[in-house]
Design a protein around this ligand. Structure first.
Ligand SMILES: NC(=O)c1ccc[n+]([C@@H]2O[C@H](COP(=O)([O-])OP(=O)(O)OC[C@H]3O[C@@H](n4cnc5c(N)ncnc54)[C@H](OP(=O)(O)O)[C@@H]3O)[C@@H](O)[C@H]2O)c1
Length: 378
């Protein structure tokens, strides 16, 4: 059986390892991709240092970009030689940190002209996360085709409703702002380090707040009050901030502060896991999966944990989100890629380990760690 190299987590808090894995021929609607670029995400750290949803040895990485080298018999939209990018996670054969990944064509989009694989690979996992979290967990519409005329925007009942994006400078936060703005949501509030505020306002935030400010919750409420509280259809006042997308889900660093903003009727969607304690060089991380129980919410606050791995339960998204919607948003300039920091290293394993160490050191701010995967010259 043909094999190739992959980077795997092999022990909780251990060093990553290079392993040999089978090269799987594509079946049905699958294609085999030569993986050229990936983007490390905090999930790598949750898995390596926290053992979150891991069976060792487990190949890491859920965002890939590369070239189609083989197609299954029922593939409809891709051909050998196509440059693609996508989000796939189900098992070792699909994951990104290896020479070849065998994935469904519905988990990939074609690279639009004018973009590099390094840029595109910042998109897939977190644009999918935003579509899933906003529609499924916040219950806000993101219809496709996107409503584009000015006349169509007022039909959105939440066009002016305050929506708080906690962690606006995170990869998820940046895509949330851009996607919500493109669908006509105008009252977006974001927290981030002050150095990111101007950029976040340029991609959709109406107001920005420093999350390290001890008074940030009351400042958010004051700004919303000054802007005029959102009205419910029956004319009664709703919560000041009816929707919160917490892209950080830190028990102390986000959720406990959001609890000071959320009121009866607020819906909070937090990207799991809830981080009770961060991974460091000396300590294992601690996670919990229950957002409702993680902090003391006011009565009537609905707090949910986002699990993007279930996005395919929505049949329309399963078929169209990655092949059509994400590439079109990129091509049209509606969603700009996250800034990339290229992680260098002489080998696949060195680059993967260097990125993991940067994640553990909390050295990522407003950017994505992007690195070359396969060293094979085909
Ligand atoms: N469950 C799911 O389905 C799902 C899906 C996707 C992601 N996630 C999780 O969501 C989290 C974010 O992922 P990501 O890839 O978007 O992360 P990321 O881009 O690596 O996040 C880095 C950013 O986090 C910001 N940040 C750190 N602590 C903060 C705090 N207390 N308040 C506000 N901002 C803070 C920093 O902002 P500044 O630069 O402004 O300081 C930094 O720019 C991760 O834990 C990831 O595992 C879960």
């Amino acid at each position: 059986m043909a094999t190739h190299k992959a980077v795997a987590t092999v022990a909780v808090r251990g060093k990553l390892a290079l392993i040999d894995v089978p090269t799987v021929a594509p079946a049905g609607r699958q294609v085999r991709v030569h993986v050229e670029w990936t983007a490390s995400t905090p999930l790598d750290l949750h898995q390596n240092d926290g053992g979150l949803l891991v069976t060792h040895p487990q190949v890491l990485g859920d965002g890939l970009a590369g070239t189609v080298v083989e197609t299954g018999p029922d593939v409809q939209s891709l051909r050998v030689g196509d440059k693609v990018f996508g989000f796939a996670f189900k098992d070792n054969t699909q994951r990104a940190y290896q020479d070849f990944a065998t994935v469904a064509e519905t988990a990939l989009g074609k690279l639009p002209p004018g973009f590099s694989l390094q840029e595109a690979v910042t998109l897939p996992n977190n644009t999918v996360t935003v579509f899933h979290a906003v529609t499924k967990d916040l219950g806000l519409p993101l219809d496709w085709p996107r409503p584009v005329s000015q006349e169509s925007f007022p039909k959105n009942p939440h066009a002016d409703t305050p929506i708080l994006i906690w962690g606006g400078a995170s990869s998820c936060g940046q895509y949330a702002l851009q996607i919500l703005r493109a669908w006509g949501y105008t009252n977006l509030l974001a927290t981030a380090s002050p150095r990111h505020h101007a950029y976040l306002r340029s991609i959709g935030a109406r107001h920005t707040f420093d999350y390290r400010d001890g008074d940030v919750a009351s400042k958010i409420l004051k700004v919303v009050e000054e802007d005029g509280r959102p009205q419910r259809p029956q004319g009664q006042h709703g919560p000041a901030v009816p929707f919160v997308l917490d892209c950080i889900a830190s028990q102390k660093g986000s959720l406990s502060v959001i609890a000071g903003v959320a009121q009866k009727g607020t819906r909070v969607a937090a990207l799991l896991p809830v981080i009770v304690r961060d991974a460091t060089d000396n300590e294992a991380p601690v996670y919990c999966m229950d957002v409702q129980a993680a902090v003391n919410w006011a009565a009537g606050v609905e707090a949910r944990g986002v699990r993007t791995h279930f996005y395919k339960d929505d049949v329309f998204f399963r078929e169209h989100l990655q092949p059509t919607i994400v590439p079109e948003l990129l091509a049209a300039g509606i969603v700009k890629p996250n800034k990339q920091r290229i992680v260098e290293g002489a080998t696949l394993l060195e680059r993967a380990q260097a990125a993991m160490d940067l994640l553990r050191g909390k050295a990522v701010s407003g950017e994505r760690l992007v690195w070359r995967v396969s060293d094979l010259k085909l």
